[in-house]
Design a protein around this ligand. Structure first.
Ligand SMILES: NC(=O)c1ccc[n+]([C@@H]2O[C@H](COP(=O)([O-])OP(=O)(O)OC[C@H]3O[C@@H](n4cnc5c(N)ncnc54)[C@H](OP(=O)(O)O)[C@@H]3O)[C@@H](O)[C@H]2O)c1
Length: 314
């Protein structure tokens, strides 16, 4: 089968010919229709999990997928051949990823029936970013609040989170790099702030002199996160997806500081499919590329300028 892999950690991704995998006990073989691209893909290929989980090479990249069950191994009860499924393949060993024509996934991994209302290739853009956004709503207790500042709002997690938060009646201030008012407005943001044109602190203080209720920061290191956390009112919450929150910092005396790590379960995926099918959440696909162009798409993701989601068609 065709796949996109790295020969060693930090090597450039390349199109390769790899053996088609076979499902073992409690595993399904999925014929991949599309893989969703996440920054996690190239972070893993650059060694993020080195030393913590076994790796195999060539390391086929990719975590998110959507496709149809081609074969079910012995013991599989959750799925049948031809089921349309989507999910996240993050099982050990690392290296049997989703930038490929086929992928084997344990049935107890985060895999679920794909949403009915969108094409399978669109579903491939949803698992990691959508589950992360859903879990952040609970982890930060966002339903209790009225205003939310999202930094890095234009990317994958940010567009899902903006939609989900707006659906829960939060007023979302979307901090982006570039002019995104119209696009973020369609996702329900009350205001998009181009951080390259306006000092973020000034714009937020104009709107909320006493601070916003909640901050979700998807883009900043510890120093910048600290200045963004200063924009949260006393008793509010500030969450980082990049482990940038410091519980010993001054801001953590007045604001709940959270370093978020997503867990991913079949149940969260099922909930995400229901949100998509209800029409409350649009899967924000902005780019579709064929498998042989995945290396260029990865390079673009590394360079920045992510707008919504990219999917790689197998
Ligand atoms: N902890 C967890 O469990 C977890 C789960 C999922 C994701 N993550 C991490 O969370 C981050 C976001 O994920 P993602 O999938 O949404 O990534 P993404 O699709 O690459 O989006 C990131 C967005 O942040 C923007 N951005 C970067 N710096 C900014 C700044 N200073 N101000 C405003 N916007 C800025 C980027 O804009 P430009 O493209 O213009 O730079 C891009 O639109 C990634 O680093 C990812 O690895 C963590």
């Amino acid at each position: 089968m065709r796949a996109v892999a790295v020969a060693e950690l930090k090597a450039p991704p390349q199109l390769i010919d790899a053996p088609r995998p076979a499902p073992g006990r409690n595993e399904v073989l999925v014929k991949v229709e599309a893989a969703g691209l996440n920054p996690l893909d190239w972070r893993i290929a650059d060694g993020m999990l080195d030393g913590t989980v076994p790796h195999e090479f060539p390391l086929i990249m990719g975590v998110d997928f959507a496709g149809r069950v081609e074969e079910a191994g012995p013991g599989v009860t959750r799925f049948a051949v031809e089921d349309a499924v989507y999910g996240q393949r993050l099982s050990s060993p690392v290296g049997s990823g989703t930038y490929a024509e086929y992928v084997v996934v344990p049935q107890d991994a985060p895999i679920a029936k794909a949403p009915d209302s969108v094409p399978l290739a669109t579903s491939a853009g949803a698992p990691t970013a959508g589950m992360t956004a859903l879990e952040i709503i609970d982890a930060a207790g966002l339903r209790e609040y009225e205003s939310l500042l999202v930094v890095g709002a234009a990317g994958g997690v940010g567009t899902f989170l903006t939609q989900l938060a707006a659906a829960h009646d939060l007023r979302v201030l979307a901090a982006t790099r570039g002019h995104d008012q119209r696009r973020m407005g369609t996702y329900g943001a009350a205001l998009a702030i181009d951080v390259q044109e306006h000092p973020l602190a000034e714009r937020v203080r104009d709107e909320y002199p006493d601070g916003v209720d909640a901050l979700v920061d998807l883009a900043s290191g510890p120093e910048e996160f600290g200045s963004h956390a200063e924009l949260v009112r006393n008793g509010g919450v500030a969450l980082s997806t990049l482990r940038a929150a410091d519980k010993d910092a001054v801001y953590a005396r007045t604001v709940e500081a959270i370093n978020f790590a997503h867990t991913s379960t079949p149940e969260v995926l099922e909930k995400l499919a229901a949100e998509i099918d209800s029409g409350r959440v649009i899967v924000p696909i902005t780019t579709e590329v064929p498998l042989d162009q995945a290396p260029d798409a990865v390079a673009r993701s590394k360079a920045g300028d992510a707008r919504g989601k990219t999917v790689i068609l197998a």
